[in-house]
Design a protein around this ligand. Sequence first.
Ligand code: FAD
Length: 370
Amino acid sequence: MRVLDADFMVVGDGLAGAVLTWLLRADGAVVRLFPGDPARAASRVAAGVLNPVTGKRLAAGWEVEAQLASAFSVYGQMEAELGVSVLRRVPLHRFFLHPSEEVFHAKRLEDTRYRAFLSGVRSSEEPLGGFVQPRGFFTISGAGHLEIPPLLDALSHSHAEAGCVEAAPFSYARLDRSGPGLIYDGRIRAKAVVFCEGIGVLENPWFGSLRFRPVKGEALTFTSPELQLPEAVFHHEKWLLPTSNGRFRMGSTYDRGISLGEGHRKLRADAFSPSTDGEAELRGSLPKMFHTPPSMHIVEHKAGVRPATRDRFPYAGPHPEDARLLVFNGLGSKGALLAPWIASRLVRFLRHGERIPEPLRPERFGLTPI
Ligand SMILES: Cc1cc2nc3c(=O)[nH]c(=O)nc-3n(C[C@H](O)[C@H](O)[C@H](O)COP(=O)(O)OP(=O)(O)OC[C@H]3O[C@@H](n4cnc5c(N)ncnc54)[C@H](O)[C@@H]3O)c2cc1C
């Protein structure tokens, strides 16, 4: 059998694998990409909000300025080269729902780092899309909205046209690590393989023992003839945003009970299925969000699993016992923001020997020996 020489194999074509493959190809590498099941890709469920300031404490994440710059630059280049329009800079309006948020907001405004992102309190007198706003709201600038499914479709098409897509998912049993290079299925020789499997990593024999705290999330796409909202992301009881085709997206739920516990490799059977409870929770939040709740005609209801980690830092880098096996995972709720920056760091590591930032080391909680 003729052996095909590649630089790298990439496993999984969610946002992590698709962006990494794009950047490796742009740097001149020869890649073999193994696509997965789109019904199991969190990336196909995600709202695609790029939000620099998150959580109850309104915290700006580690390296968020660099991550935002990388996201706008990489997705912008993809738009230009692939001929798609998927990325918009949009304001994110966040409503105060609890007194503690007002306290954190005031504290953050004293910090110069946050002044680039946070507006002051905007009065509850300022009408905003019919939302209930007992305590007013504030606006986060620097945020964005990425329409992920059309971007993934365009990337898939580009990778296929370049002839670098495999027909079937990756089979761990077919990887031969006995020689100096890796041989897959007796027909592909590569220097390294990068696993970008989202929560599918739990089945991976080399990285399945990484510490994950998987969180199921459900989101709706709906139409509503009477709902008129400007282009923005609205963060209230749930997030809500108008999309480019006149629809609305709303999410999401957080179900942390889908794994049998940290270290367990099995998820509940319904982990990837939309549920009636999820729909009821999302629908039920509309009366809390609007003075006059708009009608909701559901077009799509999806569920996915966020690959969240114990310390909320992603995993990126080589296995400590075999540097030819690498992982790119743990993007949690922030894949749209994080994927370009981390993928760029991986490309610099794989192609130019640069160091990967210490907090991303996969072995930081230990890994079962291989
Ligand atoms: C409801 C919801 C809302 C969200 N909203 C946002 C948001 O607004 N902003 C944001 O940034 N993030 C959001 N996220 C999080 C975001 O979806 C994730 O951070 C991101 O999509 C993870 O990307 P990934 O490529 O690592 O994993 P995935 O998208 O899950 O992709 C992994 C892929 O690998 C494949 N795979 C697994 N095993 C194999 C194998 N052996 N061979 C080949 N392929 C394999 C899988 O089938 C899958 O296709 C949200 C998530 C959910 C569930």
